[in-house]
Each structure stands twice: as C-alpha cells, then as structure tokens.
Design a protein around this ligand. Structure first.
Ligand code: GLA
Length: 657
C-alpha cells in the first residue's frame, strides 16, 4: 500500500461534516490521515482532564471507512491553560521578550513543566489507542525546530556544553574566547546567545544551534519511548521541516525515528518547483537510508514570496509521484479540508473552500486511483544514485552567522544549485552527510561527490574523502569548503584548508563579488559571486580568470590523485556552466544520464524496474524506452517509444532489463 492522505483536523468541524469527510476520503482513495496534530486543547481542556470521546468516534469512523491513522501527539501547540499555569514554560527570544500563546510552537523545550505535560499527553494517547485497529503510526509533535533563550534553556545549554567540551579550558579554546575578552572562568557565566552590543561569538552561536537540535531530539525521544512502551510494534515518527530557521540536524535525527517523514513546500512557481521537489526527495531518501514518507506538501497553492500560486492541472500528480519515484512511501498533504478560519485559512487543501466539486479534488481522485494501482510498486528498491552532494547542517548554521566576508552567502542555495545542475544533466543524485560517524563507509556507493560550501569539516571526514578519491572517486569541491574545523576555527595555511593538499591548490586571498558582477573564465565558463587568488601546487589549471586583478590566475583546477580526480571551483559558476561541468565530471566518472536524449522538460527517475517519466513542459514528448515494458498504472503494454503528454507522466515497469 502507498500512503495517500494528509493532516485531518476534525476538531475544527461539526460532527456532521465528518461523515462527508470519510465519504470523500473513500472517493479519493485516501489510505491514511494524520490526526490530532494541533488538538491538545480539545483533548485536555483542563490540566489532567481528558476528552477522548470525539477522537474515539472519528477513529472508529475512519476505521469503518478503511482509512488508517497516523495519530499525533499534539505537543507543538500547548493550550492556553498550560501557558497560564506555567509561565516559565513560555519561550524567551534573543531580545529577552517572553512570548505568549496566540499562535503555535509557543513553548520552551527545556522547561520541565512542558516536558512533563508532553509526556503525560503522549502517555494518555498511548494508553487509550494502543489497541485501536486504525492506528498505523505515531506522529509525534509537528516540525520540531523552535528556539528559546530563557534561563531554563541557559541551564540546559551549560549541561550540554559540559558534556561536549568536558573542561572549561577546552571550551574557551574551542570558542576562541581570548577574542574580545570573553574568557569564562565558571560554567555559570555562559549564556545562550542573546541580544548583545555587536557581533556575537560565532562558535557560541554554532554550539547553541547544535544544543537546540539535541534538546529537541531529547523531547522527541522521550515521547517516542513513552509511545513505544504501549505499542512496541507501531512505528513512531515526526515530520521533518526544512527552513533557514530550523535548528535541527535531520541527518542525526534520522537514526531516532522509525520512518523518516518530511514536509516539503516548494517556494518557486515555475520549473524551480520540480527541481525543488527532486531535491527534497533525494535529500529525504538520504536521511531515510532509502525509504521515507512525504508527510506534507501543498495540494494546490504554492507559496512564492508574497504571493500564492495555483498549481496547473497535472502538477499535483507530477509532484506527488515525483516524491514517490524518489523513494517516498506515498504522498500526504497539508491538509485534507481547508479551514473556515484560523491562521492558515487560505492554505490549500484537498477539499478546498469551493468543496469537492473543484479541480484539486478531482485531480486528487485520479491520483488516488493511480496510487492504488501502483500499490504493488510500494516495495520497489529506492532509486540508486552513483553521484552524491554533501549536506551538512552545522555548515549551514555557521554560514548563517554574522561577520562573514559576504552578507549574501547562502548555503542552501549552493547545495540546491549543485543538485539542480545534476538534475538538469539528468543524473540521478543522492546525498552524503560528512557529519555522521558512518560517513566514511557511505562513500563506497558513489563514483562522484560534490561539496558545495562544506565550510566545517572534521579531519576524519576530510581524510575519508581523500582515501575515496585515491581509490577512484571524482570529487568536486566548491569554494567555502574545508575552511574550518567543527568548532568553527579556521584551518591555517591557506584555503580551502582541509582539502588544500588533496586538491593541490592554495588560495591565499578571497575576492567576494557583488551579485551583479559576471566573471568570464577563459574556457567560456560564466561565473560570479566569489573569486579567489589560487596558487596551484600539483593541480592542473582548467580555467583562468580573465578580468580584474585576478586575470590570468587559476579559477578552476583539476588534480589526478591515485585512481581518482579532485576538482576545485574557486568561483560560483552560473547554472548552465555548472550543469556543463558537473555533466562532464559525471561522464568521466562513468555515470551517464538516466536515459539518453531526454528533452529539457522531461525528468526520468529509475527506481528498481520502474522508470518514472515526468513531462514538466507543455508539449507532448516522445521518449524511447530501454526495452519492453508495461504501464505500471494501467497495465497497458509499451513498446519502443512512448508519448508523454505535456504536463503528464508515465510509469513504465520494465521487463527483464
Ligand atoms: C507546515 C506545518 C503545517 C502547516 C504547513 C503550512 O508544514 O506542519 O501545520 O502550517 O506548514 O504550509
């Protein structure tokens, strides 16, 4: 079975609507809903008093309708009574302002009262629904990622720091507290980063973000363990969210959930949305070690800055199957029914304000039918990729700091651009995580690895990459990589620090570029954003800067190392140039496109014996199949070339290829 459904909030509706809901869910082929995510004030209207009757009734109705439930713990939104009774559990921001209820996520994860209340409601739900036949999964909380700087947080931060650094001298050294007289002579002097006079200490900020990730993980695992004590066989997950504000290192969290679940909302209305979908799917598959679940996406409106954008017909289907192609065990949405009020009253839904007689619901019905027919593909092995891009949350956090050489350094944009270039070069791509213990062993699966802005790197990870290159790997290192150790201290002797010897280069000076500057390299490469004065020390120069003070100096280099090759990009290539270069490196590494001769607008994903073809363009495309196949949705035999309509998709099950 593939999961198909979304967030369902029956507590927002009179019970007479529930019957319609279940009937419409059946019509659409919904298989699972996420229930009760923000229902704490309905489940526990007063401290310790529970009202489960309504949840019993809807759980039963869903079960009668053949719909399974990912039952949530509602701890992302404590009720008003809780915050009034426990004001110290309200979060305090960096300016010292204590927030109050009125939105969601208004709690301090280090407050004992919050943690106790969260465990209590989780236990109450675990006890009550352990044996319920509709229960398929536990959905703990919602999108962990909040932040608090209160005194309770300060205490927890100090405990975490003692654990990480052991000794105050070690912390002083790691944080370079000799700068600006910040040397600590007692643990009690250390604070979370709070509003201060000028630039904060970047190492303090970085450790605080690591701490927050671990603190929130502790809040998750204790609920998970409570639930497991009632239902050892029911998987427990929480939905991961991506965003610049999120201080959660999902690569590390992935080991603690039974199934990686990811929310993804593309923020581009054009073809960028498909590229983002591919990016999110590949990253989630990396976190999940293959299998994962798209827990939320928008059924219709895509948020672009300042404006919502309605999906064109077919786009909901292509996006949804795009995630499935990349290993998702289904497609789930925020949300089932569009609300009448509340903060997100215009967020799209499978059943919109217009009702079921609407394009989005009709498309959902067709999609549900397709997913039902695809049920037999649910066990297909996830897509295999021989190319990976590195992802490292601490590098992201470090590059969000103040005092960097350019204010527009954007880690996420750099990683997305590398993935996008490979997507456009039609190469199947995965992710590696240099911060994980398992990183060295994970490299063996790949022939090519790209490191965009891998700013922080440990000696161990750098050495593993060196060994992997010597054994035949093709490594592309982007600027701002290898610069600092995991504490954020610069690696001395020239950039890119940890990779200098491997790459056979030494960059002695940075030349950050204004965004409007274009740098032409002598091989036609178009670049910008950044430049460096690079000296080669063993590497061959592939392209030179042609203008300004760097004219004639190396910009792109290549060094053969053992059986492999290490490339250095000291500047930011534009999309076309990066696509060309990464395509060339991939071919040198022996990794070809998923399918030869694909038109620009067509995306192909190979997953086991399935070939997913998505035509994101308006014009029908005739595509060659690598052998005889059947249409995995309709069962129709396919031979030679297939035509995929503009905006359409086709999933071919290849026979004995
Ligand atoms: C997140 C949340 C949902 C909702 C959507 C809106 O994914 O989990 O509750 O707020 O965003 O896009």
């Amino acid at each position: 079975m593939l999961f198909f459904g979304g967030d369902y909030n029956p507590e927002q509706w009179p019970e007479k609507v529930w019957d319609d809901d279940v009937a419409l869910m059946r019509q659409a082929g919904i298989t699972m809903v996420s229930l009760g995510i923000f229902a704490w004030s309905h489940l526990e209207p007063r401290e310790g008093e529970y009202e489960f009757g309504w949840l019993d009734r809807i759980m039963d109705r869903l079960h009668d309708g053949g719909i399974r439930v990912a039952l949530a713990t509602p701890t992302a939104s404590p009720p008003p009574w809780f915050t009034l009774a426990h004001p110290s559990a309200l979060p305090v921001n960096a300016d010292g302002v204590r927030l109050t209820h009125g939105s969601r996520d208004t709690y301090c994860a280090s407050a004992p009262a919050y943690r106790a209340a969260a465990r209590r409601i989780a236990a109450a739900l675990g006890e009550r629904y352990a044996g319920h036949p509709a229960l398929a999964m536990w959905h703990v909380h919602n999108e962990y990622g909040t932040d608090c700087r209160c005194d309770l947080t300060a205490e927890a931060f100090r405990t975490w720091l003692r654990d990480r650094h052991g000794d105050l001298d070690v912390l002083n050294e790691a944080w370079t507290t000799a700068f600006w007289s910040q040397r600590y002579s007692d643990w009690s002097q250390i604070m979370p980063p709070r509003a201060t006079q000028y630039l904060p200490n970047p190492a303090q900020v970085l450790d605080f973000r690591r701490f927050l990730s671990d603190e929130l993980l502790g809040a998750f695992t204790e609920q998970r363990d409570v639930l497991r004590s009632f239902t050892p066989d029911i998987p427990v997950t929480t939905n991961f969210v991506q965003g610049g504000w999120v201080s959660v290192d999902h690569a590390r969290w992935a080991a603690e959930v039974d199934l990686v679940a990811v929310d993804h909302y593309p923020d581009s209305a054009g073809p960028g949305a498909e590229e983002e979908t591919a990016f999110a799917g590949d990253l989630a598959r990396g976190w999940g070690g293959g299998s994962w679940l798209l827990m939320e996406t928008a059924p219709n409106l895509i948020y672009t800055p300042g404006r919502m954008h309605a999906k064109e017909p077919g786009r909901l289907t292509r996006h949804s199957l795009g995630y499935v192609a990349r290993g998702s065990r289904g497609a789930m949405y925020f949300q089932w029914r569009q609300p009448r009020g509340g903060a997100e009253l215009f967020h799209s839904a499978l059943v919109p304000h217009a009702g079921a007689d609407s394009p989005v619901f009709r498309e959902a019905v067709g999609l549900g039918r397709a997913l039902k027919n695809l049920a037999t593909t649910a066990g297909a092995a996830p897509p295999a990729a021989r190319i990976a891009v590195a992802w490292d949350a601490p590098s992201w956090w470090a590059l969000q700091g103040a005092g960097l050489p350019a204010a527009d350094i954007d880690y996420l944009a750099a990683v997305r651009q590398a993935h996008r270039a490979l997507f456009r070069a039609k190469r199947q791509t995965g992710f590696v995580f240099p911060g994980l213990e398992s990183f060295p062993e994970s490299l063996g699966a790949y022939s090519m690895i790209v490191l965009p802005h891998l700013y922080l790197v440990s000696d161990r990870a750098a050495a593993a990459l060196g060994d992997w290159v010597a054994a035949g790997g093709h490594l592309v290192v982007g600027y701002l990589s290898g610069i600092a150790d995991p504490a954020g201290r610069i690696r001395l002797g020239g950039y890119p620090g940890a990779f200098r010897d491997l790459l056979g280069v030494r960059a002695v000076e940075w030349h950050p570029q204004p965004p409007e500057t274009t740098l032409l390299l002598d091989d036609g490469t178009v670049a910008g954003r950044w430049a460096e004065r690079v000296e080669t020390a063993g590497a061959a120069t592939v392209a030179l800067y042609t203008s300004g003070v760097l004219a004639g100096a190396p910009a792109i280099t290549r060094r053969e190392v053992g059986a492999g090759v290490a490339w250095y990009l000291s500047t930011g290539l534009d999309d076309d140039s990066l696509e060309r270069l990464l395509g060339t490196v991939a071919s040198e590494a022996g990794v070809g496109p998923v399918l030869e001769g694909l038109p620009r607008d067509v995306e192909a994903v190979r997953r086991d014996d399935l070939l997913y073809l998505f035509n994101h363009g308006p014009v029908a495309a005739s595509l060659p199949l690598p052998g005889p196949a059947v249409d995995a949705v309709t069962g129709r035999p396919l031979h030679g070339a297939v035509t995929v309509a503009g905006g359409g998709c086709l999933i071919a099950r290849l026979s004995a290829v």
